[in-house]
Ligand binder design. Structure first.
Ligand code: C2E
Ligand code: MG
Ligand code: MG
Ligand code: MG
Length: 279
């Protein structure tokens, strides 16, 4: 009987395993198709200056609707990396973002900057810098209006390649932002070796305010020491904003200031004037 049960378990496990494998295969095929057909869209989340209370930047975030159901980027971005689709996907996002922001700069807000996320796999290949340079050229967007966001963990995968690539981007005039700062283990060594213009303080800090006030103040000072500005991510409540304002951070991003929205909604955001929530 024990032997039978064991055999049953093996059969059950195998069936589940096969179902899982088939579902994964289907998702992979769907993502591949979506990227090939150019169906990855871009949402924009405002970045608000703490001095002027105005939207001065937008972060471009990839969006995938699989048959009407949105799939989270934290699911499909790693998948795109594994499948070798990330360069194609990343270039689609960057193309859309550079074109949109160039138009908004011309029509609405000349100082607007846009952030684009660069994954570890894109950072690894030399061609990614050339691709971005070409998109800047084709869109007419000033290189200084483009920020590339990279995470500490992406950089740790290959520090030498990362530093080389970021140096090349910086030579073009592109600005570098260190994303999700404070979640990795490498912060100080990276800050020493990297050309960093902006530090984006991970949202886990904002979410633990006021407990993490001293820590945020420390990171803001650290950023200032290396000549970088700061953005606090994940600001969701007026209370968090009130704690951050006196700390000297430069900008904030989060659901309180605005959720990621489609391109159609951006002109209204930019025309709105001060984006300050009533308090
Ligand atoms: P990220 O670059 O750190 O982007 C910020 C993420 O935080 C976004 O999630 C945004 O929707 C979310 N967020 C913003 N404000 C708040 C808030 O107040 N509360 C909470 N809980 N979340 C907030 P999203 O769009 O799901 O993207 C997740 C991650 O996927 C991004 O994190 C980025 O690492 C990656 N990603 C997104 N688009 C791209 C892309 O085009 N290329 C690459 N390589 N990665 C991307
Ligand atoms: Mg980012
Ligand atoms: Mg982030
Ligand atoms: Mg993140």
């Amino acid at each position: 009987a024990a032997k039978d049960a064991g055999r049953d378990r093996v059969v059950v496990f195998d069936a589940e395993h096969r179902t899982g494998a088939r579902q994964r295969f289907e998702v992979h095929a769907a993502l591949r198709g979506a990227v090939e057909r150019g169906e990855i869209s871009v949402a924009y989340q405002p970045i608000v200056d703490l001095g002027t209370h105005r939207v001065t930047g937008l972060e471009a975030l990839a969006r995938w609707n699989r048959g009407g159901a949105p799939v989270s980027p934290s699911v499909f971005i790693p998948m795109a990396e594994d499948l070798g689709l990330i360069e194609h996907l990343g270039n689609q996002v960057a193309r859309r973002a550079t074109e949109d922001v160039q138009r908004w700069r011309a029509e609405l807000y000349p100082d607007l900057v846009v952030s684009v996320n660069l994954s570890v796999r894109q950072l690894a290949v030399p061609g990614s810098v050339r691709a971005l340079a070409r998109l800047l050229d084709e869109s007419g967007l000033a290189p200084t209006a483009l920020r590339v966001e990279v995470t500490e963990s992406a950089l740790m995968a290959d520090v030498a390649a990362g530093v080389e690539r970021l140096d090349q981007l910086r030579e073009l005039g592109v600005r570098i932002a260190l994303d999700d700062f404070g979640t990795g283990y490498s912060s100080l060594a990276l800050l020493r070796d990297l050309p960093v213009d902006v530090i984006k303080i991970d949202r886990s800090f904002a979410q633990r305010l006021p407990d993490e006030t001293a820590m945020v103040a420390f990171i803001v000072d650290l950023a200032r020491t290396i000549g970088a500005t700061t953005v606090v991510e994940g600001v969701e409540t007026p209370e968090q904003l009130a704690v951050l304002a006196p700390l000297g951070c430069d900008a904030v991003q989060g659901f309180l200031l605005g959720r990621p929205t489609s391109a159609d909604a951006v002109p209204a955001l930019l025309a709105d004037g001060p984006a300050w929530p009533a308090s």
